[in-house]
Design a protein. Structure first.
Length: 269
């Protein structure tokens, strides 16, 4: 029996571990000239101060060939990359992009501040513009898979999960918020999933199925319940995970990547 997704798609998610202890998920994106890391803005930047969450970050991704043992590992000097203009966050959407390398001929040359500590023989899996869908193209009711490292699940003392390996979930596109330009997914997410890719399943015909990256995990949707004590007149607000989640579409990711190209051409952005 074939896998429900292409074998190499298992290598999509990237684990980000910030020097100060925070973590999140992400994925690689390439253009004909450069390689990028995409994640949620709040994974890299403090939502209150706008400062980087840490000066350094480690990355872990799995090889394109599932049977390979060696993993891809990177060390990022976030302070240096930011200082040289290689980290950009969107002004309104919860996405951020880090430029990590340039193509020189047929060889990827990583930027100063990016160290490769381990490289799988089959390399990293990246998506590209031809393999994504924009917001207007995403279809409500289609199946989706989400990838990431929900490190908040389980008890660390109870050996149920390997936190160095990603987990997948399957859901559907439950709706689209046209005003906010976000995707609503019928799929629960947890702390650590932020920044991970959303893969839409598109049944082109009875034979052909395509898989496209359509978004970046941003938030869970809370279920809000209010309990009232009529005798004493007080209320208690209870928040829990509703099982729905919010993803930022790929449009603002493409906007950020376009600014790098503009800078390379000497244009103002």
């Amino acid at each position: 029996m074939p896998r429900a997704i292409p074998d190499d798609n298992l290598a999509f998610p990237v684990l980000l571990e910030i020097q100060q202890g925070g973590s999140g998920s992400g994925f690689f994106f390439y253009t004909p000239h450069s390689e990028f890391l995409v994640t949620a803005k709040h994974v890299l930047f403090n939502p209150t101060t706008g400062a980087l969450m840490g000066a350094e970050c480690s990355l872990l991704s799995y090889p394109r060939v599932p049977s390979e043992v060696i993993k891809n590992k990177f060390r990022l000097d976030l302070a240096k990359l930011s200082g040289e203009g290689n980290i950009k966050s969107h002004s309104s959407a919860d996405v951020a992009v880090i430029k990590i390398g340039n193509m020189v001929g047929q060889v990827m040359t990583y930027l100063t501040g990016v160290s490769v500590t381990s490289a799988a023989p089959s390399g990293i899996l990246s998506t590209a513009e031809v393999s994504i869908k924009r917001f207007a193209e995403v279809l409500v009711a289609n199946d989706v898979f989400i990838f990431g490292y929900p490190t908040s699940l389980g008890l660390k003392a109870l050996p149920q999960l390997d936190y160095s390996k990603p987990l997948l979930r399957k859901g559907i596109v439950a709706g689209k918020n046209e005003d906010l330009r976000t995707l609503v997914l019928d799929c629960p997410v947890y702390w650590g999933n932020s920044g991970g890719p959303v893969l839409e399943v598109d049944h082109v015909n009875l034979i052909t199925t395509s898989f496209r990256v359509v978004g970046v995990i941003s938030q869970f949707v809370p279920l809000i319940e209010t309990w009232r004590n009529l005798t004493h007149g007080y209320e208690n607000l209870d928040l829990s995970n509703s099982g729905d989640s919010i993803a930022t579409p790929m449009d603002p990711v493409l906007e950020l990547i376009a600014t790098f190209a503009a800078n390379a051409d000497g244009a103002a952005v």
